[in-house]
Design a protein around this ligand. Structure first.
Ligand code: F6P
Length: 543
C-alpha cells in the first residue's frame, strides 16, 4: 500500500504551520515584508498571477516544496508528460499535452503518438477547410449554414467555452448550436432556429454510447428526415475515440473525426472535440490556442517549484481545503466572454479530484477537491458576494480578468476592473466595528441604533484571493489558462494521493437511470433494492 498524505511527517508539519499562520493576518504579512507582492506575483506567457493576498509566506511554500518532494511530484510529472500510465484504474496514460505539443512524444506503450496526433489534426483541418469553402455540402448540393453540435460533459463544455470566449473577436462561418442536455427544452428551440436542409449534425462522444448525446442525435435525424433531407448521413459527422461505433451509427468514414483513447473526456478540447470552433473560426485560431497551451506545458515541465504556477496554485488548494477548513473555492471571471469558464473548470477539477479513495483503493480521511463554484463579475457582486464578505465560510477566491479589452468603450473596462480589484482588496481589508461606527456617526446616525448597525456594517476581512490577469483574451491566452488549470488539477490530485484521470463516480447514477427509464415507461417492474421515496416518485409520475 502506498503511503497516504497524512502519513507523511511533512503533512503534519504543514498542519502545525497552519496553526501558526492563523495567528497572523494578510495585512500583517504585507506589513512584515515590503517585497511580498513582488515575490508572490508570477508571470507566464500571457498570464499574470498575484498570489500575495493569500495566507502563505515563503515558509509555507518551502514546506509544500518539501512535501511535494516527499510524495515524488517531480517523478509523477515526468510520468504524466512522458506518456507513462498515470491513470491506473483504466491502465492508460493521460496524453492531452501531446495534442498541443510542437514536438509531441513519438510513442507511448508501443503506440504511435506524434504521428497519430498530426494525422488526426490534419483531417480536422482538411474537413474544416472544405466546409468553410463550401466544398463539403448538404444532400441537396448547397452549403451548410447551421451546425448542431451534440455532446455532453467533456464533449461539449470545452467547445461551448471556446465558442463564447472567442466569438467576440472572430466571425463565425456557421450558425453554431451546442446542445448537451437530454431535456427536450434544450433541443427543441435549436431545431426551431435551424433549417434542416442547411444543417450539419456533429455527434461528439468519446465513447459514442452516451444516452443524452445519442438520444438527441436520433431526434435531430428524425427532424431532418421529416423535413425531407434525402441523405441523412451526408449531414452527419462524428467526433469520437470509438470510430467503429460512429460508423455503425451511420457516420460515413470520411466524416469521422477521431481522437485517441488516451485523451480524457474533460481534457479533450485540444482534439477534434473542438470541431465547431475550427469550423466556425478557422484552423489558425485553434493553432494559436494549442500554442498557448504548449507554452504553459513547457513552463510546467521546467519552471522551478517557486515559480511554477500550476504547482503553486495546487498547493494553495490543498492548503485551504486541508488545513484551513475551506470546503469550497470561488472563481469569478471579470470578462463576460469567459462566462462558461466556471462550468468548464467545475468538470475539470471536480470530476478529476472529487474522490474518496486513493490510487490504490484506501479510504481518504483528508480533503480532496474543494467544491468549485463561481460566476461572472460584476453580476455576482449583486448576488453571492454578501456571503463572501460576511458569511461564515472561508471561501478562497480566484478573480480572473483581462488587462486589455477588445471593445472601444474604455469606461466600461475601467469600471469592470475597478470592481474586480475592489473586491479582492475589500475581502482582505475588511472594516472594523470602530471604522463602521465612525462612518455612521459622520452620517448622523443616532446612538439607539449605532452599535448594532456598526456591527452589521463591519467586515472581518482577512479573506484570501488570487488575481489572475490575461494580457488580452486571445486564443493563445485562453490556451495558457486552460492548460494551467489542467496541470494544477493534476498536481492537486498528486498531493492528495488520488487518480485524477478516472470518473467512476458517475457510473452508478447512469446505471440506475437506464433501469428507471423502463420502469417509468411501464415496460418493467421496479427492481429490488429501490427505496420507498423513489418508488413513490415513480407512482406519482404514473398516476
Ligand atoms: O458522465 C461523465 C462522462 O463520462 C464525462 O467524463 C465525459 O466527458 C462525458 O461523460 C461524456 O462522455 P462521452 O464523450 O463518452 O459521450
Amino acid at each position: 500500500m502506498t503511503k497516504t498524505p497524512i502519513e507523511y511527517a511533512e503533512w503534519t508539519t504543514l498542519k502545525t504551520h497552519a496553526q501558526d499562520m492563523k495567528k497572523h493576518t494578510l495585512a500583517g504579512h504585507f506589513a512584515n515584508n515590503p517585497a511580498r507582492q513582488e515575490e508572490l506575483t508570477k508571470t507566464v506567457d500571457m498570464l499574470r498571477f498575484d498570489y500575495s493576498k493569500n495566507h502563505i509566506t515563503s515558509e509555507t511554500l518551502a514546506l509544500f516544496k518539501t512535501y511535494s518532494e516527499a510524495v515524488g511530484l517531480n517523478d509523477l510529472r515526468g510520468k504524466l508528460l512522458g506518456g507513462e500510465v498515470v491513470n491506473q484504474s483504466e491502465n492508460r496514460p493521460a496524453l492531452h499535452t501531446a495534442l498541443r505539443a510542437r514536438d509531441p512524444i513519438v510513442s507511448s506503450g508501443g503506440e504511435p503518438v506524434a504521428e497519430r496526433v498530426r494525422s488526426e489534426r490534419a483531417k480536422l483541418f482538411d474537413v474544416a477547410g472544405k466546409l468553410r469553402a463550401g466544398e463539403i455540402v448538404a444532400a441537396d448540393g448547397a452549403p451548410f449554414k447551421h451546425i448542431i453540435f451534440l455532446g455532453i460533459g467533456g464533449s461539449s463544455l470545452g467547445p461551448a467555452l471556446l465558442m463564447k470566449a472567442l466569438g467576440y473577436s472572430n466571425t463565425s462561418a456557421f450558425d453554431v448550436h451546442i446542445v448537451s442536455n437530454i431535456d427536450g427544452h434544450a433541443l427543441m428551440p435549436v431545431l426551431d432556429a435551424c433549417e434542416a436542409a442547411r444543417t450539419l449534425l456533429i455527434v461528439a462522444s468519446k465513447t459514442f454510447t452516451t444516452t443524452e448525446t445519442l438520444t438527441n442525435a436520433d431526434t435531430v435525424r428524425r427532424w431532418m428526415k421529416d423535413a425531407g433531407v434525402s441523405d441523412l448521413n451526408a449531414h452527419l459527422m462524428g467526433v469520437t475515440a470509438a470510430p467503429e461505433k460512429a460508423k455503425e451509427y451511420g457516420v460515413p468514414a470520411d466524416n469521422v473525426l477521431p481522437f485517441a483513447e488516451w485523451v480524457g473526456g474533460r481534457y479533450s478540447l485540444w482534439s477534434a472535440i473542438s470541431a465547431p470552433v475550427v469550423f466556425a473560426y478557422g484552423a489558425q485560431v485553434f493553432e494559436e490556442f494549442l500554442a498557448g497551451a504548449d507554452a504553459v506545458d513547457q513552463h510546467f515541465a521546467k519552471a522551478p517549484f517557486e515559480d511554477n504556477i500550476p504547482i503553486l496554485s495546487a498547493c494553495l488548494d490543498v492548503w485551504y481545503t486541508n488545513f484551513w477548513d475551506a470546503q469550497t473555492r470561488g472563481l469569478f471571471v471579470y470578462d463576460d466572454r469567459l462566462g462558461l469558464l466556471p462550468d468548464y473548470l467545475q468538470q475539470l477539477e471536480t470530476e478529476s479530484n472529487g474522490k474518496d479513495r486513493t490510487q490504490d483503493g484506501q479510504d481518504v480521511t483528508w480533503q480532496t477537491s474543494p467544491i468549485l463554484w463561481g460566476g461572472v463579475g460584476t453580476d455576482c457582486q449583486h448576488s453571492v458576494f454578501q456571503l463572501m464578505h460576511q458569511g461564515t465560510h472561508l471561501v478562497p477566491v480566484e478573480f480572473i480578468g483581462t488587462k486589455n479589452a477588445d471593445h472601444t468603450e474604455s469606461l466600461h473596462h475601467r469600471k469592470l476592473l475597478a470592481n474586480m480589484f475592489a473586491q479582492s482588496a475589500a475581502l482582505m481589508r475588511g472594516r472594523s466595528v470602530e471604522e463602521a461606527t465612525e462612518k455612521l456617526i459622520a452620517k448622523g446616525v443616532n446612538s439607539d441604533t449605532l452599535d448594532h448597525l456598526a456591527a452589521s456594517k463591519s467586515f472581518r476581512g482577512d479573506r484570501p484571493s488570487t488575481t489572475i490577469l490575461l494580457e488580452r483574451l486571445t486564443p493563445r491566452a485562453l490556451g495558457n489558462l486552460i492548460a494551467f488549470y489542467e496541470h494544477k488539477t493534476f498536481v492537486a490530485g498528486m498531493l492528495v494521493g488520488i487518480n485524477p484521470y478516472d470518473q467512476m463516480g458517475v457510473e452508478l447514477g447512469k446505471e440506475l437511470a437506464t433501469e428507471l427509464e423502463g420502469v417509468i415507461a411501464g415496460d418493467t417492474a421496479l427492481p429490488e433494492g429501490y427505496d420507498a421515496s423513489t418508488k413513490a416518485l415513480i407512482d406519482y409520475l404514473q398516476s
